[in-house]
Design a protein around this ligand. Sequence first.
Ligand SMILES: Nc1ncnc2c1ncn2[C@@H]1O[C@H](COP(=O)(O)OP(=O)(O)OP(=O)(O)O)[C@@H](O)[C@H]1O
Ligand SMILES: [Mg+2]
Length: 258
Amino acid sequence: MTNDETPVISISNLHKSYGNLEVLKGVDMTAPRGHVVSLIGSSGSGKSTLLRCCNLLEDSQDGEIRFEGEPVRWRGHGLHRHPADKGQVIRIRSNLSMVFQQFNLWAHMTILQNVMEAPLTVLHQSREEVETRARELLDKVGIAEKADAYPAMLSGGQQQRAAIARALCMEPRALLFDEPTSALDPELEQEVVRVIKALAEEGRTMLLVTHDMRLAADVSDHVVFLHQGRIEEEGPPDALFGNPQTQRLRGFLRATEA
Ligand SMILES: Nc1ncnc2c1ncn2[C@@H]1O[C@H](COP(=O)(O)OP(=O)(O)OP(=O)(O)O)[C@@H](O)[C@H]1O
Ligand SMILES: [Mg+2]
């Protein structure tokens, strides 16, 4: 059973290794409904890995992942632990839409086709219904006139907004962003920042990995600072950015100001 109090995602004691390299060393994290949780930290600290473990794009070796209170079912142990139920994986993944740094649009499909693809093939929804929604979403992100263009004909900022429309078209319970603005020039970055802020104001549940501390400070309800696979410090943005408690976070924030 779920209600508004049940977090969309909750993770406890998550451990993840690539071979001998332990990348997540016991991470606890919760994404309550309607909240924006940002993940910050140095390159290699495990931010992308944590995001990819959440929607089961990566296996993890220990710990629990819950989607709307429902625990992921596993078979096997340690490096042999995998999700046990393919149907559950598809359901969870299609409810946690991901937006990547490099947009990852299909080059051979128009923008409209890109946005419609997953609802048609994964959710088996009717073409008419999906097309109506897709066009509304392209309008919402400000690129309605690009529906019939191909990705290569769009600027980076437009491509990323198309990728956000594509993620939204799945009507997911949460959006997972992995550095959505870091491949963009500063002025294009702002187009995408505006869309992310509007989504936060709508009360979308979001997990946001970002190097943009101003964005994290502006949109987050909660900020998590990862360091070498562990949560070093976390809290509301005012506290985390205004009054960092650990030497490591202070050092990290100084370095990102430069
Ligand atoms: N597929 C993989 N195989 C082996 N090691 C990996 C793989 N993906 C990531 N790693 C390692 O896991 C660690 C964490 O990587 P991750 O991509 O999660 O970091 P990140 O915090 O997202 O960094 P960045 O800010 O550079 O994106 C790094 O040491 C990285 O080299
Ligand atoms: Mg990363």
